[in-house]
Design a protein around this ligand. Structure first.
Ligand code: GTP
Ligand code: MG
Length: 197
């Protein structure tokens, strides 16, 4: 799929304020600073579309972008950001949970994990929660330009081991770098193939 247009629509603090569910929607989620906004900019070839920052916790609202006038891309706030209060974290996770369970046009959730890290408890918890709720999702490794092949192979294997403890099937997996523009075609083709709303 080639991208003809990518437009910011709105930022919403909760599902009730999101745009009408008129188009199929793909959500991007993951820990704070994992590279969600950077990946969105890379996918859409539009630097600055989603705001990126080296300070975690930048995205605190659900941001909707309309792509090719035919599908929504949603940039969700990062979860598990330690520097905000516990109360704020809880409000975020409730908001994300409610969005995922109730957004009618949601086709797929892309859950992003940093290729440099071994599986983290709250990422696994979130993945398992998606599985339990039967929400279609894919696993996206980010920042692969920052790890050696060997290091990544090791982290990847650990992820697969963890997932297989709970699930027979592993989700679709993408390996990406916003920096080196890796994984764009694969993710866009996946979206094109599943975009049958
Ligand atoms: P929040 O909105 O705070 O939850 O963060 P986010 O997940 O949207 O992360 P963001 O895209 O803002 O990126 C965080 C930092 O990681 C920035 O400093 C980016 O430049 C950097 N970064 C993101 N993707 C890549 C990548 O593929 N490679 C490298 N080397 N750096 C990246
Ligand atoms: Mg962001």
């Amino acid at each position: 799929m080639s991208i003809h247009s990518a437009d910011f629509i709105k930022s919403s603090p909760k599902i009730e304020e999101c745009p009408e569910p008129d188009f199929p929607e793909y959500a991007f989620i993951g820990r704070s600073n994992v590279g969600k906004s950077s990946l969105i900019n890379m996918l859409t070839n539009k630097k600055g579309l989603a705001k990126t920052s080296s300070t975690p916790g930048k995205t605190q609202l659900i941001n909707h972008f309309l792509i090719n006038n035919s599908w929504y891309l949603a940039d969700l706030p990062g979860y598990g950001y330690a520097k905000v209060s516990k109360k704020t974290r809880e409000i975020f996770s409730k908001m994300i949970e409610k969005y995922i369970l109730n957004r009618k046009n949601l086709v797929n959730v892309f859950i992003l994990v940093d290729a440099r890290h071994l599986p983290l408890e709250n990422d696994l918890e979130f993945i398992n929660w998606l599985g339990e709720k039967e929400i279609p999702f894919s696993l996206v490794f980010t920042k692969i330009d920052k790890v050696s092949q060997r290091e990544f192979a090791f982290n990847f294997k650990k992820y697969m081991q963890e997932l297989r403890k709970t699930w027979e099937e592993v989700p679709t997996i993408f390996k990406t770098s916003a920096e080196k523009k890796i994984g764009q075609e694969e993710i866009l083709s996946f979206i094109e193939d599943t975009n049958k709303y």
